[in-house]
Design a protein around this ligand. Structure first.
Ligand code: 13P
Length: 387
């Protein structure tokens, strides 16, 4: 990988005892600081800043075709390309979306698709100042030698795929791997997750894409919040260890963590204030301030829960932009409103704007939760959920 260099100027003089000075040894070579990302460094930093801009977050619609099929079947639609296109068109052509949404993560099919009028989806996004992003991992498979855990595939050929996606207009990428608390997690699974994320991040940066680093700690389990905190600290410490080892430029990445909550089957629920306290404690202990943005996943929380929790995390200043990158928590009521009917498109787009605005307010710490529908309060957790 190409390395960017920065020079430290060495002082011309050094201090001797008694305050006297003498000239330093002649012509020592300047120290070279190694940083990743080569010729794209400046662009990566500015892309990451634009995604992490005040009052905005990410709309995640990068469901694989199989997962998009699950969304469509929940409203009685077949999983066909025209139906997937119609759904993504509804989302990506919502007027005014760019006020609240700074980036959209797409699946490969959508990156190359156009509206039914022939306008590229990528151009619909650019017109609204929304950065196009792309899911680049190839999904999860069982991890041999582990305790029924999984690992994420997709490193083979990743550099050339990233280069192609960049040409197509993508400016950031996403790689989602998972860690299961009830399965351990084993040291092997955590190390594999962290190493895979770090290799992916270095390759994405080398090809001009800001990597979203997403080790999702699944909600599954009956453990308490303290246990989630312990696992999250372990996972993020390994992730940052390997990111550093791979010379990843921290100013040019974004994180997509799970919030620190009790397991979904735990006897007690935690308040937004408790979730914010634990999550921010974990982040402060593990994430350097050089990282521009933390874009949470919703992980099966209800739309309102995810927004309230984000709002609680923005009640005081953070060293990073703390925002959202939700899929389920931005799409649920939109789908229910749409029902696959052309006459419902406008109403569904209004619902998307309501959700996007609510999360924008939460990013700014100004969401009240008033006037939310019952639908938006329904939890979406599914045991063993896959993307
Ligand atoms: P959820 O918000 O549904 O957990 O999705 C997160 C995700 O990784 C999609 O990109």
């Amino acid at each position: 990988m190409a390395m960017a260099t920065a020079k430290l100027s060495s002082p011309a003089t050094s201090l001797l005892a008694g305050g006297r000075t003498r000239r330093s040894a002649p012509a020592r070579r300047a120290t070279v600081i190694r940083a990743a990302a080569g010729s794209y460094s400046d662009e990566l930093v500015s892309t990451a800043k634009s995604v992490a801009s005040p009052g905005r977050g990410i709309l995640a619609i990068d469901e694989s075709n199989a997962t998009c099929g699950k969304r469509l079947s929940s409203i009685g639609l077949d999983n066909t390309e025209p139906n997937r296109q119609a759904y993504r068109q509804l989302l990506l052509t919502t007027a005014g979306l760019g006020e609240y949404i700074s980036g959209a993560i797409l699946f490969e099919e959508t990156l190359y698709q156009s509206t039914t009028d022939g306008k590229k989806f990528v151009d619909c996004l650019k017109d609204q100042n929304i950065m196009p992003g792309i899911k680049v991992d190839k999904g999860l498979v069982p991890l041999p030698g582990s305790n029924n855990e999984s690992w994420c595939q997709g490193l083979d050929g990743l550099a050339s795929r990233c280069a192609e996606y960049y040409k197509q207009g993508a400016r950031f990428a996403k790689w989602r791997t998972v860690v299961s608390i009830p399965c351990g997690p084993s040291a092997l699974a955590v190390k594999e997750a962290a190493w895979g994320l770090a290799r992916y991040a270095a390759i994405a940066q080398d090809n001009g894409l800001v990597p979203i680093v997403e080790p999702e700690i699944l909600l599954d389990g009956d453990h308490g919040i303290e246990r989630t905190l312990e696992v999250a600290e372990k996972v993020w410490s390994e992730v940052f260890f390997y990111l550093a080892e791979n010379n990843v430029l921290f100013e040019g990445i974004l994180l997509k963590p799970s919030m620190v909550t009790p397991g979904a089957e735990h006897k007690e629920k935690a308040s937004p204030e408790a979730i914010a306290k634990y999550t921010l404690t974990m982040l402060r202990r593990r994430v350097p301030p050089a990282v521009p943005g933390i874009m949470f996943l919703s992980g099966g929380q209800s739309e309102v829960e995810a927004t309230l929790n984000l709002n609680a995390m923005n009640q005081s200043a953070n060293p990073w932009h703390v925002s959202f990158s939700y899929a389920r928590a931005l799409q649920n009521s939109v789908l229910k409103t749409w029902q696959g009917r052309p006459e419902n498109i406008e109403a569904a787009q209004k619902v998307l704007l309501v959700r996007a605005k609510a999360n924008s307010l939460a990013q700014l710490g100004r969401y009240t939760g008033e006037g939310e529908s019952d639908e938006a309060k329904k939890g979406m957790f599914q045991k063993g959920y896959t993307y």
